[in-house]
Write a protein that binds this ligand. Structure first.
Ligand code: KG4
Length: 355
């Protein structure tokens, strides 16, 4: 028998489950070999929380409890006959405590019943490994850019579980700031995608009038963020800009149009991100930048980063930028392969909580 044939015989497919319930998305995913998604039912609670303009923790955990069994049944119905699940990866931090517990208890119950390991996953690390779902591999050391509703962080990724924060959230995270700016501009929740839509509309309108973006950028009435940050620091701060937008609207209620301000606000978020990424690449000399988190769904942001760096830039499709269980199962596969079931517990972020 040839060596090739032996390899074929020894190859065993690994099926894994991912559970995500850290905030306002209830997700279950069934993956084959860490990157092939067989099923990924997701229930978004956005409509439930929209009325309150943000996530209500108690409502979130109740909704997770109600939906998880239904989604689990749906996902498991896609497991091929005669096959078994080998591991369950579950988000254990950071997140809303009640919501995390719903996912964790579900994982523990399946684990006990099936005698398979539970792999605790750090949600932020999972965001960075979401690119695996497109069969892209992180090459260590890489720079990780995580921009979500709760965090704006730059990491030096040196291996699985070995992430060092090199730039952090000083106050409001990027997504949070975009959501709050959207609310000031009376755009729907969550505001990030609406800010982007409005910004694109403004750029298009101005282009039709013969004005390109280099001119528009010079007209920004909002302050530049962290202008005096040293070349060795790569932090993010957006709350001052949100306050500046608030006062601008108070002082000049009729001077600017809503889509114009959406553009200017988003532009400042893009500027600081591009600045931090460029400086950090220079300092750490990585050959790859890996993006993740809801705000990375922003096409204008991704394009500007791409234009300003000359290393590989990996980022997930919009569906895998926002919270999902496939990324949790995918990262879980890496840990399972290494026989290491104690996933990262100290991937620090501005809003860290250790499980
Ligand atoms: O990672 P994520 O799904 O979850 C949490 O952090 O909870 O990120 C959600 C954030 C929200 O603030 C949302 O407004 C933002 O991602 N977001 C966007 C876009 N799509 C979602 N921000 C800017 N542009 C987008 N296209």
């Amino acid at each position: 028998m040839s060596a090739y044939a032996c390899k074929e015989i020894l190859h065993v497919d690994i099926y894994g489950l991912g559970i995500e319930s850290s905030c306002d998305e209830t997700g279950i995913a069934l993956l084959k070999n860490g990157n092939e998604v067989l099923s990924e039912p997701l229930y978004s609670q956005i409509d439930l929380h929209r009325l309150y303009g943000g996530v209500v923790p108690e409502l979130a955990s109740r909704a997770h409890m109600e939906k998880i069994p239904i989604l689990l049944q749906e996902a498991l119905s896609c497991l091929p006959a005669q096959q078994k699940i080998s591991y369950i990866a579950v988000t254990v931090q950071p997140g809303l405590l009640g919501s995390l517990l719903v996912g964790f208890n579900t994982a523990m119950a399946i684990s006990l019943a099936q005698q398979i390991p539970v792999i605790p996953i750090h949600h932020l690390e999972a965001h960075l490994y979401a690119v695996q779902l497109h069969k892209q591999q992180i090459k260590y050391p890489a720079l990780g850019l995580l921009l979500s509703g709760g965090n704006s962080v730059l990491y030096l990724i040196e291996d699985l579980k070995q992430l060092t924060v090199v730039g952090d959230t000083l106050d409001d995270a990027a997504g949070e700031a975009l959501d709050k700016a959207a609310s000031l501009l009376q755009l729907p929740y969550p505001g990030g995608p609406h800010i982007e839509q409005q910004a694109l509309l403004y750029v298009k309108e101005m282009e039709q009038q013969g004005m390109d973006e280099t001119i528009l950028r010079k007209q920004n009435p909002l302050p530049q963020v962290l202008k005096s940050q040293s070349r060795e620091e790569f932090n993010f701060s957006f709350s001052g800009m949100k306050t500046a937008l608030f006062y601008l609207l108070q002082k000049y209620p009729h001077e600017y149009q809503s889509h114009q301000l959406a553009y200017f606000f988003q532009e400042r978020v893009i500027e600081i991100t591009v600045r931090n990424v460029r400086m950090a690449i220079k300092k750490y000399e990585t050959t790859q930048l890996v993006g993740g988190g809801g705000v990375m769904a922003n096409t204008m942001l991704r394009q500007r980063i791409q234009e300003n760096i000359d290393i590989d830039f990996l980022f997930p499709s919009p569906k895998y930028c926002t919270d999902n269980a496939a990324m949790v199962a995918s990262l879980g596969y890496n840990y399972f392969q290494r026989g290491n079931f104690h996933a990262a517990t100290k991937v620090h972020s501005g809003n860290e909580f250790i499980f």
